[in-house]
Design a protein around this ligand. Structure first.
Ligand SMILES: [Zn+2]
Length: 317
């Protein structure tokens, strides 16, 4: 059975036909429109385009935002026009196929647990390091959502009391210390303290981004390397908290920053092992880099759509 997975992102809508082994067979992409109505149409158009070329049975939507506990409604998505919109039903009516909706980090975690770095793991966590932290938990093969569909907000665990302010309103959240954004903050703090060097990070002609810091670290810039070591420390400390609560078999590190994992993962593992309760007397979770990359959200959403059809024996085409 083939299904379509759609990654509804802030800049583009990407849709792929995915087979039962998680392989992507065909992809269409359009820019993300500004209004909710146009967004519905854009999604319906790419799904119909793929359905003309392949016999697809259902659609999964991966959305960066809050999804209702029944997974039919997008409550709020900071980079999309939807506000309390019954997205799943609206798209289903347009494309005449069953539609399931999922938070993008959850969808990515499903892709990794079914076909990627956490394949077969009974308890797996996903920590996606990008602008912030996207977190997800898969327990006994199912996404763990909590009672009201908002768990787990791993990125906003408070690691540093009275630490860096966070847009969520709190201070010292994990993602303020462990993300692409955090790399920039750390470099700025080090520079303000006079720890700066004459390295390429002092070039003010282009904006400083996490990617630029990572690239400078690759090239051996001492300041960028220090920022990476800070990130490694906080990644390890945060993962120890996650492991104390969920005791995962594997933690998958995903997101843009994971491309530089060789620069911080070894050190993060040491901090993790040190900060874990009962360290030395319990098995350590494997910490692995994501394997499904950029298509994880689409593949996971398509997989959830297929599993939904099988579970409900909905007859598609
Ligand atoms: Zn926060």
């Amino acid at each position: 059975m083939l299904t379509v997975g759609v990654d509804v992102g802030g800049t583009s809508v990407r849709a792929s036909v995915v087979d039962p082994r998680g392989a992507v067979l065909d992809t269409l992409r359009v820019p993300t429109p500004d209004t909710g109505e146009e967004l519905d149409s854009a999604i319906a158009d790419v799904v119909r385009g793929l359905a003309l070329r392949h016999p697809v049975a259902a659609v999964g939507l991966a959305v960066a935002g809050f999804v209702s506990e029944d997974r039919r409604v997008v409550r709020f998505a900071p980079h999309l026009a939807w506000r309390h919109v019954a997205v799943a039903d609206r798209i289903a009516a347009r494309v005449e196929l069953p539609v399931v909706l999922e938070h993008d980090a959850n969808a990515a975690a499903i892709a990794e647990q079914r076909f990627g770095a956490a394949a077969g793991a009974r308890v797996a966590a996903l920590v996606a390091l990008g602008t912030g932290i996207g977190g997800a938990l898969v327990i006994d093969g199912e996404v763990f959502r909590g009672a009201y569909g908002v768990a787990p907000e791993l990125g906003h665990l408070r690691l540093v009391p009275d630490g860096r302010p966070c847009p969520c309103g709190k201070r010292g959240c994990w993602e303020r210390y462990c993300s692409g954004t955090a790399l920039v903050s750390t470099v700025r703090e080090l520079q303000e303290r006079g720890d700066g060097t004459a390295g390429p990070l002092l070039d003010e002609s282009t904006p400083l981004t996490g990617v630029r810091v990572a690239r400078a670290a690759e090239e051996g810039d001492p300041l960028a390397r220090r920022a990476m070591r800070e990130l490694a420390r906080w990644l390890g400390e945060g993962l120890a908290l996650v492991a104390d609560v969920y005791d995962p078999e594997v933690v998958v590190i995903a997101g843009g920053v994971s491309g530089s994992a060789h620069l911080f993962l070894g050190e993060a593992r040491k901090h993790y092992a040190k900060a874990l309760t009962g360290a030395g007397h319990r098995p350590l979770a494997r910490i692995a880099v994501a394997k499904r990359g950029d298509d994880a959200g689409m593949v996971g959403a398509a997989t959830l759509a297929r599993e939904h059809v099988v579970a409900h024996q909905v007859t598609g085409r």
